[in-house]
Design a protein around this ligand. Structure first.
Ligand code: 5AD
Ligand code: SF4
Length: 460
């Protein structure tokens, strides 16, 4: 048997990109490839890029640059770039001009055509003068499509992503996503239910529904469906599993959805609800469609329906025109909602978005100073909240060895808390299952739990 060629995918950015990479790997396996343990071993390296902030773009570009060396060592190596950065014309041109060793660039709408493009690259490689393939479909003329039934090579045997919709129609003025992922389009209700049922039947324990704005799920379907209906239908599936979802846009979060989550069997009380800013003026300029008081009312309604609900959020610091007063309003909202987790980002101008052209850009130094203040506040709140969990027992999914300490295992509570606990044979045997963990200590971002030890001798 001839040796199968090896493929490596490097993924940047959000969970949607991770999900896309699992599909791209699925397609590669179907084409006769095997997974490579590292880029150095690979016959094909695919870089799946992110464009949401400049930092992510620069990281992907600099790593793509590093693959030049691999190409020099192995001229037959195929190097491909895809994802949100590749979808932007200026970045695609930059790769064309400055990265001549890249063989293939394709956009976010062409995942299903990856095998065909790859074959084109292989044919083109036989003709020395015309050996590169660039294929990006413009979302301005094409709102976007998706293909059902593509093979998926899942990274985990117990935790799975399920995209329920693609694209975004909101055009928040800072955000590149609607330009690089096209218009909002939902998968058919039954297709999602069938995929989740299949995963549950195959023993998956944690299923995360993905979309840029999951609360808008089903609006483009005929007949219209709602996210609440989808959650309710998925919650009726039999099995030992939990359902998570991200991301919720506050403007589309319905009362019905809150009630379904509150009364569900399989949906933990956990909601990621991006605030972005606590100032009405900034929210208006961001085109977020809600104001601070309606956001606060929504957060209060969630807490009233589910007092134990874990809430997290995204904040952009230093959006053009953000005054000290605007920033203080963000801090006030954080103090009111008392999030378990806050993901804060320095505003990063994205070419082609309205906010990048706003005149009142905030100096970097002001942004970093605000970031420090915000992180200090969030740290205090998270630490207090986590400290209140010491002594409690949380049902948690054991994920595997800790990335930072080989003596520890990592788990995630159903409520979304990251937990480290000492590695024992019982703990290792519990990877991929739910176990009760008793919290012994708290940090701001992680909890520490006692080892799992039921007295059985399972020597390591
Ligand atoms: N600059 C900084 N942060 C951004 N985000 C999106 N676009 C930008 C940008 N241009 C953040 C938002 C979003 C999260 C995924 O990334 O907070 O919710
Ligand atoms: Fe970007 Fe706003 Fe769409 Fe989220 S909802 S992807 S922030 S445009």
């Amino acid at each position: 048997m001839p040796k199968k060629p090896l493929a490596f995918i490097e993924t940047y950015g959000c969970q949607q990109n991770e999900a896309d990479s699992e599909t791209l790997m699925g397609l590669l396996l179907a084409e006769g490839y095997e997974k490579a343990p590292s880029p150095e071993d690979a016959d094909l390296v695919l870089v799946n890029t992110c464009a949401v902030r400049e930092h992510a773009e620069l990281k992907a570009l600099s790593n793509t640059g590093k693959f030049k060396k691999l190409k020099e060592q192995n001229p037959d190596l195929i190097l491909a770039v895809c994802g949100c950065m590749a979808q932007q014309e200026t970045r695609a041109n930059e790769i064309r001009n400055r990265y001549p060793f890249v063989d293939l660039v394709f956009g976010t709408n062409l995942i299903s055509r990856f095998p065909e493009l790859l074959r084109e690259v292989k044919r083109a490689k036989l003709r020395p003068r015309n050996r590169r393939v660039f294929c990006v479909e413009d979302y301005e003329t094409n709102p976007g499509t998706f293909t059902e039934g593509l093979p998926v090579a899942r990274e985990s045997a117990f935790s799975a992503w399920v995209s329920i919709m693609y694209g975004c129609n909101n055009f928040c003025t800072y955000c590149i996503v609607p330009y690089v992922r096209g218009r909002e389009r939902s998968r058919a209700f039954d297709a999602v239910v069938d995929e989740v049922r299949d995963l549950v039947d195959r023993g998956y324990k944690e299923i995360t529904l993905l979309g840029q704005n999951v609360n808008a799920y089903g609006k483009t379907l005929a007949p219209k469906r709602s996210f609440a209906e989808l959650l309710a239908a998925l919650d009726t599936l039999d099995g030992d599993y939990i359902l998570r979802f991200m991301t919720s846009h506050p403007k589309d979060m319905s009362r019905e959805t809150i009630d379904v989550i509150a009364n569900s069997k399989h949906i933990p009380h956990q909601i990621h609800l991006p605030l972005q800013s606590g100032s009405d003026e900034i929210l208006k300029r961001m085109h977020r469609i809600y104001d601070a008081s309606s956001y606060q009312a929504l957060a209060d309604a969630i807490r009233a329906a589910m007092p134990d609900c874990t809430l997290s959020t995204d904040i952009i610091i230093g959006f053009p025109g953000e005054s000290e007063e605007d920033f203080r309003k963000t801090l006030q909202m954080i103090s009111h909602v008392r999030y378990d987790n806050v993901f804060a980002f320095l505003y990063s101008p994205r070419g082609g978005t309205p906010a990048a052209g706003y005149p009142d850009q905030i100096p970097h130094k002001v942004m970093t100073e605000r970031m420090e203040r915000l992180l200090a506040l969030c740290h205090t709140i998270s630490l207090k909240k986590n400290a209140s969990l010491v002594g409690k027992t949380l049902d948690s999914l054991v994920e595997g060895e800790s990335k930072t300490d080989a003596q520890m295992l990592t788990a995630r509570s159903k409520s979304g808390k990251l937990i480290h606990f000492p590695k024992t044979a019982q703990g290792v045997a519990a990877i991929g299952t739910f176990v009760p963990l008793t919290i012994s200590a708290a940090h701001a971002t992680t909890l520490i739990a006692d080892a799992i030890d039921d007295g059985k001798d399972l020597s390591l």
